[in-house]
Design a protein. Structure first.
Lengths: 266, 402
């Protein structure tokens, strides 16, 4: 069995367990490569249509190409798309200029919290990976959250042999991480193998490309000549640059990511 | 090949440092990360440590100990490794088991200046209970004992004895210093008396083999796809073929595999590990286990298990939930046969009325009908967890059909 097949088999198992365990799941989709691969895995898990909603958190600061890509794929795959935004905060002028920590918390975490409140989802499928960030390397496949979204990273559940923690009395929703065990390189090789559609912003133009996609003001390009998936795979085999080096919220100060995640950030 | 490695051992014997060293010497550390860690070390008024590559909680740096398990991936010469770091402190055994449960190989780290300590024995005991047969020992911090061969030999003989009592023999021992880089990724010029392989050389020789075993297909759910009923699940062991005559337990339903379905296609056969769908001539449900009629799964209502409890107490006569595969049943603690010292594996008490946190025991479970297998025969269906709202314990099946 190939390594990618191993990874996929485990992801399908996790997605099916989540669907059997929870009453009202949903999957988060940023339109980036990881969450698009996760949507693809959901389609494979259910042998066709995804039987639950797909949430896109719209900060209003995303790249134009991301919206275009989102709407095209949503139509092609027949997604039940929910666009979640924190309108109030946006009207009040919250943005990158008012502080990155505040901006991420208000426009992403709060927007998601409102969406959960309105729809009553008890599980959110998220495409985070262990190798993206030290703090994500600590995550469980099923990670319970309380009503304030807090991640109690000091007391995480026992998770052995694909036996995941269900909803406990003191928790209100669970984050499900079906591609936690994948590396960045695996995602690209899988995208290639499966022919998964991908936002063209990942491919180099004029010597620059995006390696990780976020909001326009806080995401920068890397130097790269990789114009195809094969060239990206080749680049990743040799690079020493961190994947999220172009993402401002990871770097502002030590443990920003831990603090954001403890408050419910993805 | 994908190889899952777990690094175990007592607190402060250098597990995180060893992984940091592996990442650093194999050039798997991203640009700027070394500078970032130097900055962090200054901020926390600490000296630069390789452990900081993986200890990423604020509190972990402050307290200088690993709290939760971490998974990192890197490529050796031959194998692709998922290395799992686990906490070495007793209060975090739950996190240790979470990290260790999927390992193919365990590396036991013992500090040369301290030798065997409480978690050295307990981790070795738990690794053995988890059925991890490939184990090797790194005698770390050799720099502190001036790289002396006598110190290494003394620790080797003590640890060999401990491991032999658990059933491990012919274990490889490596004298090393993760801090200084001796015998982890590069051979040590300071221990010429050793002359054996480095840690990475031994790991690169590891092979993970799958044994031939009877078919067990575990059912997760039933979906309707294009007005066809598709039963989804995973082949836990053996091979499933189109046309196979099968039986599902504990429901007792017999049927024929009409189709094996995957997204946008069909298969003739599916192997161990495959997540698939099947189309049958009968209705079955989540929790059932499917096998061939010739080698069927047998439902049981009583079995003997060895379990470790991580939270709460477990008393004779208690009822709680037990999960094996996708089946969830109510079970009763019919008898606690032997309480086991999880540091040494010795029996400390027969027929105790209860066991407490971090204690292990052989237990007779009475359950609603379910399929379990002896852990030594089909491990995927020979392990279970115990649930009381939270996942509180885990165990393996020693005997069925008692």
């Amino acid at each position: 069995m190939s390594e990618l097949q191993d990874l996929e088999n485990k992801s399908l198992y996790i997605i099916r367990e989540a669907y059997a365990e929870f009453k009202k799941p949903a999957v988060l989709w940023s339109t980036g490569k990881d969450s698009t691969a996760a949507l693809w895995l959901c389609r494979k898990a259910f042998l066709g249509e995804i039987p639950f909603p797909v949430i896109h958190i719209d900060t209003g600061y995303k790249f134009k190409q991301m919206y275009k890509f989102r709407d095209a794929i949503a139509a092609e795959w027949g997604l039940d798309l929910i666009v979640a935004e924190n309108e109030e905060a946006r009207k009040a002028g919250v943005g990158p200029q008012t502080g990155k920590f505040e901006c991420c918390t208000q426009l992403k975490t709060q927007a998601l919290m409102q969406c959960l409140g309105e729809n009553g989802f008890d599980a959110l499928i998220l495409a985070i990976r262990r190798d993206e960030h030290g703090i994500r390397a600590k995550e469980r496949y099923f990670s319970p959250r309380d009503e304030d979204f807090r991640w109690n990273y000091k007391d995480q559940p026992l998770e052995m042999w694909d036996q995941y923690q269900g909803i406990t009395e003191d928790k209100t929703h669970t984050r499900v991480h079906p591609i936690l065990h994948w590396r960045e390189l695996d995602v690209w090789e899988y995208v290639k193998q499966e022919g998964i559609p991908i936002n063209p912003m990942y491919f180099a133009r004029d010597g620059k490309r995006y390696r990780s996609l976020g909001c326009e003001p806080c995401t920068s390009t890397i130097d790269s000549d990789a114009k195809t998936i094969d060239e990206i795979v080749e680049e990743l085999r040799t690079t020493k640059i961190a994947e999220r080096s172009g993402r401002a919220q990871d770097k502002e100060r030590s443990f920003t990511m831990q603090k954001l995640r403890a408050l419910g950030y993805m | 090949m994908n190889v899952n490695v777990v690094i175990i051992g007592h607190v402060d014997h250098g597990k995180s440092t060893l992984i940091g060293r592996l990442l650093y010497d194999s050039e798997s550390v991203t640009e700027g990360r070394v500078e970032e860690i130097q900055k962090l070390a200054e901020e926390y008024k600490k000296r630069f440590e390789f452990a900081y590559f993986i200890d990423s909680f604020d509190d972990e740096l402050k307290e200088e100990r690993t709290i939760d398990t971490t998974g990192v991936m890197f490529k050796g010469q031959k194998n692709l490794y998922s290395i799992t770091d686990v906490p070495g402190h007793k209060e975090f055994i739950k996190n240790m088991l979470t990290g260790a449960s999927h390992a193919d190989v365990a590396v036991l780290v013992v500090a040369a200046d301290e030798g065997i300590q409480e978690q050295t024995g307990r981790h070795a005991f738990l690794i053995n209970m988890l059925g991890i047969k490939q184990l090797l020992v790194v005698v770390n911090k050799m720099d502190i004992v001036d790289y002396k061969q006598e110190v290494f030999q003394a620790i080797k003989s003590g640890v060999s004895k401990l491991l032999a009592s658990l059933g491990y023999s012919n274990i490889e021992f490596i004298p090393a210093s993760a801090m200084e880089g001796d015998n982890i990724y590069k051979p040590s010029p300071r221990m010429k008396w050793y002359g054996g392989p480095t840690l990475i050389q031994i790991l690169d020789e590891v092979e993970v083999s799958k044994e031939l075993r009877p078919l067990r297909f575990v059912i997760q759910d039933t979906y309707t796809v294009d007005s066809e009923r598709v039963v989804v699940g995973r082949v836990e062991s053996g091979t499933l073929r189109r046309g196979d005559e099968v039986i599902f337990q504990p429901s007792g339903v017999r049927g024929e595999i009409r189709k094996i379905k995957v997204f946008q296609g069909e298969l003739e056969r599916a192997e161990q590990g495959d997540s698939i769908g099947i189309v049958l001539d009968r209705e079955v449900k989540r929790g059932d286990v499917c096998g061939l009629v010739e080698a069927p799964p047998v439902p049981t209502e009583e079995f003997l298990g060895e379990a470790v409890l991580l939270e709460n107490k477990l008393r004779r006569g208690d009822t709680l939930e037990l999960r094996c595969g996708t089946r969830r049943v109510c079970c009763e603690i019919k008898e606690i046969r032997e309480k086991i010292n999880s540091e040494t594996g010795e029996i400390v008490e027969r027929q105790p009325a209860e066991i407490g946190e971090n204690e292990a025991a052989t237990i007779l479970f009475a359950t609603e009908p379910l399929v379990v297998e002896k852990f030594s025969e089909i491990p995927e269906l020979g392990r279970f967890i115990l649930v009381r709202d939270r996942n509180i314990g885990a165990g393996v099946v020693l005997e069925t059909g008692i």
